[in-house]
Structure formats: C-alpha cells, structure tokens
Write a protein that binds this ligand. Structure first.
Ligand SMILES: [Cu+2]
Length: 206
C-alpha cells in the first residue's frame, strides 16, 4: 500500500479566518505545513497529530491540528482540522471521528475508549455515546479516500484544566471504518463507527 505525503497542507487558521469573514467555506489556502508554527506563535495552545493506518501501522495516512482560541473563559473553543490523504486504503464516505482516552496507537485498540474525563466519566465507545467529551462529527472522504474536515468543539481544552486532552495519559484521534450514527437507540455494538481505521497521538504543538 502506498502512503501519499504531499508537500503542502491546508492551513486551518486561514480557513477559519475566511469563515469568520463571511466568505464561503473553503480549504483552498495552501501553505507549507511548517507555516502553522508561525500562525500559532501568538501563544494560543495548539496540538497536532500524525495519523497512521490501523491495518499497516507504518503507513502515514493524514494529520490533524488543534488550536484553542485564546479566552479567559473556563470552557474554551478548540478548532480542529483533519486531513486524510488519497489512496490509503480507507474507503470513501463518512467516517466517525473521536478523541480517544489514551495517547497510544500501537495497536489502535490501545487508544482505549472515548475521552470522557470528569466525575461521571463513561468511556464506553458504544455506551454513553454521543455524550463523551471526545465525540466529534463525521468526516467524509472522496472517491480516492481523501478528505478535509473542520470542526469546533467546546467539550475539550488544550490548556490545563479538567477537560484537557493533555491529561496524565494523553489522548489520540481515532478515525473509524464506518460512520458515527450517534447511537440514537442507545448502546448498540458498532453504533459509534465500529472498527478503527486510523489513529494519531495528539501532542502539544509546536
Ligand atoms: Cu472512536
């Protein structure tokens, strides 16, 4: 299987800036990946993850960026951007995306359940879904298995605090094989996306 590693990446900040200006949602702003460091130099907490295939763990299949918006609020807004490359073996269509509870991808099962800190924590992947802190929205891949995904969550933080993804054992993104149904009937096997297709440990960035 081939791993596609393009030379340029799409800068999430640029895309969000376009959105906030009222422009059409677009991910066309192409800048070198390294420029993300400059864009986050303002001191906002940020994170990144390199995504690897769960079937062939040496295959890099994409990446993710996270950036917390500076604010004095106890609950923060975190912008998340994910990209999956073409031809990685991950199929077209919708795929569940979550933050899982442990910074481990070898194998993907070691990422554990869904990130859900707090006194009522319930990390069961198919139970307590979609109420976990780490539950995110589906991403859609095109015919070649390529996709971009942007979302904003207020369920987690990157800075210190009770909702931080950088807790004692860290956190990881998981892209699942199937779509997330958000489990409308309650706990049902596979309702949160089933088996794991890609995994990326989230690390502070830069
Ligand atoms: Cu998951």
């Amino acid at each position: 299987m081939r791993t596609n590693r393009p030379r340029v990446t799409t800068l999430p900040l640029a895309a969000f800036a376009l959105l906030s200006l009222g422009g059409a949602a677009t991910t066309s702003a192409q800048v070198p990946e390294e420029d993300f460091a400059a864009a986050t130099a303002g001191g906002a907490a940020a994170g990144r993850a390199v995504l690897y295939s769960c079937d062939i763990p040496t295959n890099r299949v994409g990446f993710g960026y996270l950036q917390e918006r500076p604010s004095e609020e106890g609950v923060k807004a975190v912008d998340i951007y994910l990209r999956l490359y073409a031809n990685t073996g991950i199929t077209r269509g919708k795929h569940a995306v979550h933050i899982h509870e442990t910074a481990s991808c070898n194998p993907c099962g070691t990422a554990g359940g869904h990130f859900d800190p707090g006194p009522n924590s319930n990390t069961s992947p198919d139970g307590n879904h979609p109420f976990h802190a780490g539950d995110l929205t589906n991403m859609t891949l095109d015919r070649q298995g390529r996709g971009y995904h942007m979302m904003t969550t207020t369920r987690v933080t990157l800075s210190d605090g009770p909702l931080s993804v950088f807790d004692e054992d860290g956190s990881a993104f998981i892209i699942h094989t199937n779509p997330d149904t958000y489990c409308p009937e309650g706990e049902a096997a596979g309702c949160a996306g089933g088996s794991r297709a890609a995994c990326g440990v989230i690390t502070p960035y830069p």
